[in-house]
Design a protein around this ligand. Structure first.
Ligand code: GFB
Length: 324
């Protein structure tokens, strides 16, 4: 049993009978949240991008006024891996600023009781001591490849804090580490490392290619959290947490990119070798979360990385079968 269910008796905020809006329900985190919320006694409301562009204030306000959710989850965001962040800075800063500002303001206007904003571990300074504690925010310069996204996500934290101070809104922020899971983006130009390695290694196995290219030096270290664990932590925080400080969400364990590549190789059953492409950036040397704020409250991740990668690889193969 995980923390969230053990502690249901002393809930600070109950979702029972509530209308719960998941903004961005088609994304990897949003769809995991919808799966997770299905076991809560609440009404889940969603809206597609074809009907409401979350970057447009009037659309968001009109939709929120009409539906008046009690609780709002904000996983909606323009996201991507290191190359997408580095090559599309305007989209990463503009889209994310607009989405979060519109949703937070519209939620207040419509009288939402609670809102949870989702950020990212890239909010912390590039060379911050590891593991990264919540208090490290704004104590040093950001990593250059994702500073645009990071600035937008820091603004989201500050919006929640400001609305809490000025208007008394119960708006909180969670900062997940690097996420992976079913519904991830496997496009090699815009994806994160884990789905990219699965897609590349699988393609190499099928085409009997002798090698797979890994970007950078392979030395950076990353922490990976399964998206279903992340969704569980977000529901837990929605129910249990009501403070100004954002909360790290992760496993507290990291691996090097080369160790991750070896794990993917084992799971996929690829017999070749890795070739490093050092023309690609490494990004932040290490991003390991200090998750004690969350674990002290009774929640911890339960999916081991090897099991999670096996599950995602199965999911990926099923998707490939469906399109062929
Ligand atoms: O997952 P990733 O793109 O993002 O890359 P970040 C992590 C590391 O894996 C980097 C290396 O050192 C990459 O160079 N890597 C190796 C690869 N091979 C590949 C590959 O084929 N594809 C990709 N994508 N990487 C992102 C931020 O940073 O993390 C976002 O840019 C966000 O803003 C997200 O915070 C969680 O971990 O470096």
């Amino acid at each position: 049993m995980i923390g969230a269910r053990v502690m249901t008796e002393g809930l600070a905020y109950s979702l029972k009978g509530k209308r719960v809006f998941v903004a961005g329900h088609r994304g990897m985190v949003g769809s995991a949240l919808v799966r997770r919320l299905a076991s809560e006694d609440c009404e889940i409301v969603t809206v597609g991008r074809d009907r409401v562009d979350l970057r447009r204030q009037a659309d968001v306000e009109a939709w929120m006024d009409a539906h008046r959710p009690h609780a709002v989850f904000v996983p909606a965001a323009t996201v991507g891996g290191i190359l997408a962040n580095d090559s599309r800075p305007a989209e990463f800063i503009y889209d994310n600023l607009m989405i979060e500002a519109n949703l937070i303001q519209a939620a207040r206007r419509a009288g939402a009781e609670k809102l949870l904003f989702l950020g990212s571990s890239c909010i912390y300074p590039r060379d911050t001591p590891q593991p990264m504690v919540e208090e490290a925010l704004l104590t040093g310069p950001l990593e250059a490849t994702n500073q645009w996204y990071a600035v937008a996500k820091i603004a989201g934290i500050k919006l929640c804090q400001a609305y809490r101070r000025q208007y008394g809104c119960d708006f909180i922020s969670a900062m997940p580490t690097n996420l992976y899971g079913p519904g991830d983006n496997f496009d090699l130009q815009s994806s994160h490392v884990l789905p990219a390695l699965i897609a590349k290694t699988h393609a190499a196995k099928i085409s009997k290619s002798p090698s797979v290219t890994v970007w950078g030096s392979g030395k950076p270290r990353r922490e990976f959290l399964h998206v279903d664990d992340c969704a569980d932590a977000l529901v837990f925080l929605m129910q249990q947490y009501s403070e100004e400080m954002h909360v790290n969400v992760g496993t507290g364990k990291d691996v090097s990119i080369l160790e991750l590549a070896e794990l993917v190789k084992d799971v996929v059953g690829f017999g070749g070798e890795f070739v490093m492409d050092t023309s690609k950036p490494d990004g932040t040397p290490r991003k390991l979360m200090d998750v004690s704020r969350l674990t002290k409250r009774g929640w911890q991740a339960r999916t081991e990385l090897a099991d999670g990668v096996r599950g995602v690889y199965r999911w990926y193969c099923e998707q490939l079968l469906q399109v062929t």
